[in-house]
Write a protein that binds this ligand. Structure first.
Ligand code: BMA
Length: 311
């Protein structure tokens, strides 16, 4: 535990940057966006849930990263895989890979029967399906922005149970279709678990020491779950190895827009956008209802991960 008053992630004073009342349709929730800087715009791919309770991806755009305008309509989503007629699409994570943007998202049949879907785009207008890329019972896929040892690599999170709670895994693929070599992340040689369950958050960021990954960790209380964020450094060549992590939470629900909504007490991330000055912008889901913005310094977060390393 540390008693540092200074926060590693500071919340934007005019949060939330997006809420359901700003949508051009009657929306119940706007949350958990993937985020990217594309040309001169910041783009959020949000989960927008309508009065039919279906989770659909909808884009919002901004020139300055603070003021977002939702598109008048949702994007034309690629047809589902015939073997997996998805109903809900949510938690998209956008990775820039060469000239393309590859998006891993939760592709859900409606009863929490979830697989990882992969689509891609070059322009955020036309989206093309790549694959449905996991067995049933997996989500929180986040693709690394480079091949590792010649293979595509992702973080994912197979569903667990009471005995084996959900944790973060690493999987590899030669083509984004066939995935394997799956293994749980470890710390000091042992499977790593933080909280009651945990999973990938942001798309990993390349840093000098390896990969910076911001992840979610879930605690149980007598009032239900609390979703909070921590960070870790993964080994450059073998990202299943955690080199160090923040022992303290770096983002947590505390304000009304984070504490009250579809699911109370949730801060959840699918992105962390590096800026040229070494800062990060994180557009986080708040109470599965709103979107907040938090900013921080990449270097400070990396240092906090490594300072807390238990070795
Ligand atoms: C996770 C995902 C997220 C959601 C979170 C809290 O399992 O489904 O979309 O924000 O639960 O409800």
């Amino acid at each position: 535990m540390s008693f540092i008053k200074e926060r590693l992630l500071k919340k934007y004073e005019n949060n939330p940057v997006m809420s359901p009342d700003r949508m051009p349709i009657q929306a119940l929730y706007t949350f958990n966006p993937g985020a990217v800087k594309y040309k001169d715009e910041y783009i959020l791919m949000m989960d927008v849930t309508g009065t039919d309770d279906i989770h659909r991806i909808w884009l919002a755009r901004s020139k300055d990263g603070y003021h977002f305008t939702p598109d008048p309509q949702p994007p034309r989503w690629p047809a589902p895989d015939p073997t997996h007629p998805e109903v809900n699409t949510y938690d998209p994570r956008i990775t820039k890979f060469g000239d393309e943007y590859i998006i891993l998202y939760a592709s859900d049949l409606g009863q929490n029967e979830c697989r990882i879907g992969i689509i891609k785009t070059r322009d955020f207008k036309i989206f093309e399906r790549v694959s449905t890329a996991s067995e049933l019972g997996n989500r929180n896929g986040a693709l690394f922005p480079e091949k590792i040892n010649g293979l595509y690599c992702r973080l994912d999170r197979p569903f667990g149970d009471e005995q084996k709670p959900c944790s973060m895994w690493v999987s590899y693929s030669p083509d984004l279709v066939f995935w394997g070599k799956s293994q749980p992340v470890t710390y000091q040689g042992k499977p790593f678990m933080d909280g009651f369950k945990m999973g990938a958050g942001a798309v990993p960021i390349r840093v000098e020491e390896g990969w910076l990954e911001l992840y979610h960790t879930v605690s149980t209380t007598c009032n239900g779950f609390i979703y909070r964020i921590k960070a870790c450094i993964l080994d450059e060549k073998d990202p299943s190895k955690i080199l160090g992590y923040t022992k303290d939470f770096i983002l947590w629900p505390e304000y009304d827009y984070e504490n009250r909504g579809r699911v109370s007490n949730v801060t959840f991330i699918c992105n962390a956008l590096p800026e040229e000055d070494g800062s990060l912008k994180i557009y986080y889901g708040a109470a599965d209802t709103n979107i907040g913005l938090a900013t921080g310094s990449i270097r400070d977060i990396v240092n906090a991960c490594l300072e807390n390393r238990e070795s």
